[in-house]
Design a protein around this ligand. Structure first.
Ligand code: AMP
Length: 302
C-alpha cells in the first residue's frame, strides 16, 4: 500500500445553480481515494453506518481501493448538506451530522501502518492525531482541514500541525488559521505552525504553494461546464499525493508537477455530481488534460 487515507465517507446533499443531488456518495476520504487511485495503491480508514449500501463500497473497490479499514457500525452514516451560489468557490454548509463519526476510534489495520504516504483528509483533528499515533515512520504526512475544525477544535489542530509536513487547505482557511488577512503573510505564519509546505487551494483560481524558499502558482483548468464543486479540494489532494506516491520524489520540482496533477483531477471532479466523473476516467483523459495544462501555462521570453 502506498497511501493510507483517513477522512469522512458520507452521504452528501448538494444544491448548485445547475442542479441538485440528494444523499449521494461523498466524503473527504471517498473523493481523495478515488482520485489518488489513478496513481497509487490506496487504503481507506473511515466509518459508515448500517444505512450505507454495499454498492457504494463496491464503487470504491472498483477503483482498486483497499476498504478493509472502512468499518460499518450500528447507527447512521455521516451526512453533509451544502449549497453553492453563483460563487462556486464558496460552499455554504447547511447541515453537518456527525452520526457514526461521533464515537469513532480509528483502528489502522496492521499492514496499513507501514504506508509511506499518509493523508489525513478533512475530519476531526483528534481523529487525525489518533491515526498518527498508529503509523510507523511515513515518508510524508499531509493533511487537510476546514473552518468547522479551525473554529471548533483550534487547540487540537495546532498540535496536529506540528506533526504534518504538507498542509493543503483553502485560501479562506489559511487566513482564518493565521488570523491574518494578507495571504502571503498568513502563509508564512502557517508555515511556522509546523508544515514545511503549504498548498493553498483557490477553487477556480487554482492553487499556490509556499515552502519558505519559493512560491509556485498554478491555474485551475478553464472549464466550460462546472456542475458541482463538492470534493474538488479532496480530488485535488488525491491527484497531488497520488502523484507524489507514484514517483516517490518530494523535490520542489516534483511537488510542482504534482500540483498540476491535483488540478487535473479536481477539474474532472467538478464536471459531475458525486464521484461520477472521478470514477470513470482513463489514463489518457488524465495525460491529455495534463498536456492542456502545460500549454495553458507555457510562455517564453521574446
Ligand atoms: P471539498 O473537497 O472541500 O469540497 O470537501 C467536500 C466533502 O467534505 C464532502 O463530500 C463532505 O461530505 C465532506 N465534509 C464536509 N464537512 C465535513 C466535516 N466537518 N468533516 C469531514 N468531512 C466533511
Amino acid at each position: 500500500m502506498d497511501i493510507l487515507a483517513v477522512g469522512s465517507v458520507a452521504f452528501d446533499s448538494v444544491e448548485t445553480p445547475f442542479g441538485k443531488a440528494e444523499e449521494v456518495l461523498g466524503g473527504s476520504a471517498a473523493y481523495f481515494s478515488a482520485s489518488a487511485s489513478y496513481f497509487a495503491d490506496v487504503g481507506i480508514v473511515a466509518v459508515v453506518g448500517e444505512d450505507f449500501p454495499d454498492e457504494h463500497i463496491g464503487t470504491l473497490k472498483g477503483r482498486g481501493i483497499d476498504t478493509r479499514g472502512l468499518k460499518k457500525v450500528k447507527g447512521k452514516t455521516f451526512r453533509w448538506r451544502g449549497r453553492y451560489d453563483y460563487d462556486l468557490n464558496q460552499a455554504h454548509t447547511l447541515e453537518t451530522q456527525m452520526n457514526v463519526f461521533s464515537d469513532f476510534k480509528p483502528m489502522i489495520p496492521e499492514d496499513y501502518r507501514e504506508a509511506p504516504f499518509v493523508f489525513l483528509a478533512n475530519i476531526d483533528p483528534e481523529l487525525q492525531m489518533e491515526v498518527l499515533t498508529q503509523v510507523r515512520k511515513p515518508r510524508l504526512v499531509a493533511c487537510d482541514t476546514m473552518n468547522f475544525w479551525i473554529e471548533g477544535k483550534p487547540g487540537f489542530l495546532r498540535k496536529l500541525l506540528k506533526k504534518v509536513e504538507l498542509l493543503v487547505i483553502n485560501e479562506a482557511e489559511v487566513r482564518e488559521l493565521a488570523g491574518e488577512p494578507g495571504l502571503v503573510k498568513a502563509a508564512k505564519k502557517v508555515l511556522e505552525y509546523g508544515p514545511k509546505t503549504l498548498i493553498v487551494k483557490r477553487g477556480e483560481y487554482g492553487a499556490v504553494m509556499f515552502n519558505g524558499r519559493s512560491i509556485f502558482s498554478a491555474p485551475a483548468y478553464p472549464l466550460e461546464d462546472i456542475f458541482d464543486p463538492t470534493g474538488a479540494g479532496d480530488s485535488f489532494a488525491g491527484g497531488l499525493i497520488g502523484y507524489l506516491a507514484n514517483t516517490n520524489d518530494l523535490s520542489d520540482g516534483n511537488i510542482r508537477k504534482a500540483i498540476i496533477f491535483g488540478s487535473v483531477m479536481a477539474s474532472f471532479n467538478v464536471e459531475a455530481f458525486s464521484l461520477r466523473r472521478l470514477i470513470s476516467l482513463t489514463a489518457d483523459d488524465i495525460e491529455s488534460r495534463y498536456g492542456e495544462f502545460k500549454r495553458l501555462t507555457h510562455f517564453e521570453d521574446i
